[in-house]
Design a protein around this ligand. Structure first.
Ligand code: ZN
Length: 307
């Protein structure tokens, strides 16, 4: 429930506030107080697409999600499952906007950091290797001796051109090696950044799940709602794929291929959600996570799971 901003583009969202939806507003305020965050503004988007999430300072739910969660936008109060969604998103709100944005920047910041580190390393090394005039004179003398030795032993170069091309070759090799090291540093930074982001985002997801269960006090109910959401999401995706026109021209095919591969990479890294099994397992055993106990104290809520 993260890609709301992209998929909801172009549709007009309706605000659900104290006046237009008092029951919904009150429920969100109560959950927010329990979670220890300021209540976000609540919006609904009139589409049957199932989606929802925090969009900056607003909690946005599509009509598709509201319906799936057993409510109607004009109900006096949100259903229990809508409140589970709200609680999950409040968990993300508690993590803070920076916590959500930072991991997205990580894969781009890490190559930069790695290449900067390599550059500084090279600079420091170059300084260390700088010779004093006396040392320089010494090495010139040594080199001169060696060169004379070389000439004595080695066969004479067949032509001037040959020697020149050797020099160009060596220079080219050195710059290729230099560029290669930076490319490698950048690639390693990007890969490390993606892995780091995957780790952070998955952690955020577990945390938000914990918050949902903490605020609603219904572990099994929440897990079965997640399953329902997952199944509905799969059905929606399959329907959208069936409607999507197949690429015909080579250019379209190539574009489609690149877009698909990129999406796959993102889904396995930045956008990787833990699997349903992992989420269920974490929720059922979270009483044993020392980390979770601290977070529980954080939220300052005594009821719910640990009862
Ligand atoms: Zn989430």
């Amino acid at each position: 429930m993260r890609d709301f901003v992209q998929s909801g583009r172009g549709m007009s969202a309706t605000r659900m506030d104290k006046r237009s939806a008092p029951g919904w507003y009150a429920a969100l305020e109560k959950l927010s107080a329990k979670a220890g965050v300021n209540a976000p503004a609540l919006y609904r988007v009139p589409t049957h697409r199932i989606n929802g999430g925090m969009a900056f300072d607003a909690l946005v739910l599509t009509d598709g999600l509201i319906t799936l969660a057993g409510s109607h936008p004009h109900d006096a109060r949100p259903s229990r499952e809508v409140m589970m969604v709200m609680a999950h998103e409040l968990g993300h709100r508690k993590q803070g906007a920076a916590a959500l944005l930072m991991p997205r920047l990580l894969p781009w910041a890490m190559p930069f950091a790695a290449m900067t580190a390599l550059y500084l390393y090279d600079q420091a090394n170059a300084k260390k290797n700088e010779q004093t005039p006396k040392e320089l004179q010494g090495s010139i003398d040594r080199a001169a001796d060696e060169t004379v030795g070389d000439i004595k032993e080695a066969p004479a170069p067949s032509s001037f051109g040959d020697g020149h091309s050797h020099q160009v070759n060596a220079q080219w090799k050195e710059s290729a090696l230099h560029a290669g090291r930076y490319l490698l540093a950048g690639a390693l930074g990007f890969g490390g950044g993606l892995l780091g982001t995957r780790h952070i985002m998955r952690h955020h997801e577990f945390d938000a799940d914990h918050m949902a269960v903490l605020l609603t006090g219904d572990t099994e109910g929440y897990i079965s709602f997640l399953k329902k959401l997952h199944t509905a999401g799969e059905r929606q995706f399959a329907a959208e794929m069936a409607k999507k026109p197949r690429p015909v021209h080579v250019e379209e095919k190539l574009k489609d291929y690149i877009a698909t591969q990129w999406k796959k990479l993102m889904q396995n890294t930045i956008d990787a959600h833990p699997s349903l099994d992992e989420r269920g397992f974490a929720l059922r055993t979270c009483k044993n996570f020392p980390d979770f106990r601290t977070r529980l104290a954080d939220a300052a809520v005594g009821d719910g799971l640990l009862k």
